[in-house]
Design a protein around this ligand. Structure first.
Ligand code: NAP
Length: 320
């Protein structure tokens, strides 16, 4: 089978398509014939060698795949060959025609959901769910700012928050990103490149401020987020690409909280609970992953450039 292999950390050109051995499942494992692969920003940090979690070289990147079950190991009773599935991490890497998985972290893909959409589920939707409901404990009727609503996690957060009954304000940096966030459920949208966007964000709540802010770029926004929090408001840092200065008095005066999360810290039990909720959302169609770009597996380097460019529009997926 073909797989992307990384033999040295570096720029996107280190992603090489190679012929490797077919995979065989052990006890409790299964092999997925991968049809689509989710490209996440973290894949680029790992490839560049700047992420705290460094795989042993050489490795195959990626965690999020969707396809059909190719073979099952002993003790696996939930799946049969041919079942449509998506993965919440893999043991062998997702950027490949086959992926070896712990069967407990593989989930059924409803018939109406495409493989590309299945590959958009794990990191984006599980992160958005955990940030909103496990960390911020967001409740219906609260007001949430999805700060970075046009990308993978942002669109997921907009759909999840809207389905739960929150008042949703989303931000994007392009007109098509704003249109997408609105179409997917944001009650109001803002441009985070506008000089006045924090004033506009506060005005969108009629001065009340935000009960919850889901923050995709904390190094740029966290200091000013604290000034638009409501009393007892919670910011959840999901993304950050540098350092930031804050005035702690802004949190203190509101009894506010700055929370943060990494999906890697979710236990297998938490992931199974999160994905049960996500599958229910796929089934009732409140969750509809949006695919902005489909790129062949062989062009993974192009996908790694694209995922770091501004003007996000849902997910970028690789097709095998
Ligand atoms: P993505 O699809 O590339 O989207 C990036 C988002 O950030 C877009 O909505 C983009 O908007 C927005 N953005 C750009 N400039 C911004 C600004 N000044 N203020 C607010 N938002 C801004 O990436 P993603 O998959 O959604 O992930 C978002 C971030 O979360 C990344 O940094 C990623 O590494 C991180 N992440 C963390 C976890 C975790 O476990 N903590 C999990 C998943 C992702 P425009 O392009 O429209 O400007």
């Amino acid at each position: 089978m073909k797989a992307i292999r990384v033999s040295e950390f570096g720029d996107p050109q280190v992603l090489k398509l190679e012929e490797v051995a077919d995979l065989k499942p052990g006890a409790g494992q299964l092999v997925v014939r991968v049809r689509a692969v989710g490209v996440n920003p973290v894949d680029t940090y790992v490839r560049a060698g700047v992420y705290p979690r460094k795989p042993a070289l050489p490795y195959t990147p990626g965690t999020d795949a969707a396809g059909t079950v190719l073979s099952v190991g002993s003790g696996v009773t939930r799946f049969q060959t041919g079942d449509r599935v998506y993965t919440a991490t893999t043991l062998s890497g997702a950027y490949a025609e086959q992926a070896l998985c712990d069967a407990r972290l593989v989930f059924p893909l409803p018939a109406h959901v495409s493989f590309a959409q299945g590959a958009a589920m794990h990191i984006p939707y599980a992160t958005a769910f955990r940030a909103l409901f496990h960390r911020a404990h967001a409740e219906a009727a609260e007001t949430v700012l999805i700060h970075g609503a046009s990308g993978g996690v942002g669109i997921a957060a907009v759909q999840l928050a809207r389905a739960r009954g929150l008042y949703v304000v989303g931000s994007a940096g392009s007109d098509r990103g704003k249109q997408l966030a609105r179409a997917e459920g944001a009650h109001q949208v803002l441009d985070h490149t506008s000089r006045n966007h924090f004033e506009e964000a506060l005005a969108a709540t009629e001065g009340h401020g935000y009960d919850v802010i889901i923050e995709m770029l904390a190094n740029v926004n966290l200091g000013r987020d604290l000034g638009i929090l409501a009393p007892r408001g919670r910011v959840v840092v999901v993304g950050s690409r540098g350092t930031v200065e804050i005035n702690a008095r802004d949190i203190m005066t509101r009894d506010g909280s700055v929370l943060a999360m990494s999906l890697w810290n979710a236990t297998p039990e938490e992931l199974r609970s999160i994905h049960a909720a996500l599958i229910a959302g796929l089934e009732n169609k409140s969750l509809r992953p949006v695919i902005g770009q489909e790129i062949p597996l062989a062009d993974s380097a192009r996908a790694h450039v694209a995922v770091m460019e501004p003007g996000a529009y849902g997910k970028i997926v690789l097709l095998t």
